[in-house]
Design a protein around this ligand. Structure first.
Ligand SMILES: Cc1cc2nc3c(=O)[nH]c(=O)nc-3n(C[C@H](O)[C@H](O)[C@H](O)COP(=O)(O)O)c2cc1C
Length: 416
């Protein structure tokens, strides 16, 4: 765990136990999915008097509802989830949603791992980065958690944790599932997915989803599976028509390409992004070299004139068409705020972990959500009530994909 100077020390006893639990949870949560594997999250543990005062004030209402007096409040720990501006994707407006969804997925897994160690979230207060900071007069939203708060971090929500129960073996199970979850971009087995498994996944988020449970709200997310051939063909057709836009959009492709690592060693050094093997499956060195040249932004600018981006879109559409299912997650609201989007990320984590437990793998195809016209077509096609925020093919893996790298878990943690 790192802090900016002056280095504070964690409170004794309870603090030590929490610090250990937080480090274990952060190791697990570091394996959360994120767009381009950019890992745009941060978590501040409030140990300074000022930061704790702010966190307590933000959660005062929830504490009152729970009947907690000032003495009881001393027993709580507070975490502040943040978006790390230095790590976010910015090339497309839709990346804003993807970043918050990624942070929400991370928060969900982190809080589950803490709960499995006896630290249960019992209150969440969202801080709208663009709006006034509720209940805190004259506060600069970026600095309300004191001088140690990293300048690049935008606070999203404060979570209060209380030590609750003696944990069972949930932590080991959670760790196993999180490590087993990978994006699999290879071919899927054609066999039909058991409808009962899909029905179980459709209620994603209605079980233990701490970000939502702690906020006392129900899901505002619709989960929609597509197993019917005609529906899958329609989604594949959307991918065929729009899937080349990422490659032909200069800024978007330059940003995507900056996350492609030369080889495993390069990926390990950077701790983020993906290799060509993770994107396209294992390949012989000559093909890898050819792909590296073809995908370089300078080459792509030339190749798009001969329709190379359309060829890549057709290939992606073909794998979507051949997959036994696809899934879309949508907010019930057409213009969800920060809170809904972060909680949508928690539902996504819940869904993806549930799918992993059911032996299923996912391969998101976000390109059809990243442009408003394509997204509107998808929403119309599926009859979604509001804004779609995640779409993926779904099936049983025919080949294993190597796991992608991660930054050190401690990179995301700060004492504030
Ligand atoms: C919101 C979101 C959108 C994503 N969109 C895509 C996508 O369009 N294409 C893709 O191949 N992977 C996509 N991914 C998967 C990430 O690239 C992947 O999670 C990341 O590289 C880490 O790899 P892992 O999931 O195997 O751990 C997305 C993930 C998230 C959370």
């Amino acid at each position: 765990m790192t802090s900016t100077s002056p280095s504070p020390s964690a409170p004794a006893n309870r603090g030590v136990a929490f610090q250990d639990a937080l480090q274990v949870a952060a190791e697990i949560a570091a394996r959360s999915p994120s767009s381009h594997n950019c890992q745009p999250w941060g978590v501040g543990w409030t140990i300074g008097a000022g930061a704790r005062r702010t966190a307590t004030a933000l959660l005062a209402e929830t504490a009152e509802r729970a009947g907690c007096g000032p003495a009881a409040q001393d027993e709580f720990e507070y975490l502040v989830l943040a978006l790390d501006r230095a790590r976010r994707l910015t090339a497309l407006p839709a990346h804003g949603v993807e970043m918050l969804v990624s942070c929400g997925a991370y928060a969900e897994i982190l809080l589950r791992a803490l709960a499995a160690q006896g630290w249960r979230a019992d209150g969440v207060r969202f801080v709208d980065p663009a709006g006034p900071v509720h209940g805190l007069r004259d506060a600069d939203p970026d600095r309300i958690f004191g001088g140690r708060w990293p300048r690049a971090w935008v606070p999203l929500c404060v979570v209060r944790l209380a030590h609750a129960h003696t944990p069972g073996n949930e932590l080991a199970e959670l760790g196993d599932t999180v490590r087993a979850r990978h994006t699999n971009r290879g071919p899927y087995r054609p066999d039909r997915i058991d409808p009962a498994a899909l029905a179980g996944l459709s209620t994603a988020g209605s079980g233990l989803s701490l970000v939502r449970a702690a906020a006392g709200h129900d899901a505002e997310v619709t989960v929609r599976h597509m197993t019917d051939g005609a529906e899958r063909a329609a989604v594949a057709d959307l991918v065929r028509r729009h899937g080349g836009r990422d490659f032909s959009h200069r800024a978007a492709w330059r940003e995507t390409h900056s996350f492609i690592r030369r080889d495993e060693a390069d990926a390990e050094t950077s701790g983020d992004g993906f290799t060509l093997g993770q994107l396209f499956g294992p390949m012989a060195p000559p093909r890898r070299l050819g792909m590296r040249i073809a995908l370089a932004p300078a080459t792509m600018r030339v190749l798009r004139h001969v329709g190379y981006h359309r060829l890549l879109a057709r290939q992606l559409a073909a794998v979507v068409r051949c997959s036994p299912a696809a899934v879309a997650l949508g907010f019930d609201d057409e213009a969800p705020g920060v809170e809904s989007v972060v909680r949508g990320g928690a539902v996504l984590a819940d869904y993806w972990l549930g799918a992993t437990r059911a032996g299923l793998v996912l391969h998101p195809v976000s390109v059809i959500l990243q442009h408003d016209d394509a997204r509107a077509e998808l929403e119309g096609l599926l009859g979604l009530p509001g804004r779609a925020f995640f779409v993926s093919r779904l099936g049983r893996a025919a080949t294993q994909f190597p796991p992608s790298r991660r930054l050190a878990a401690s990179r995301a943690l700060r004492l504030v």
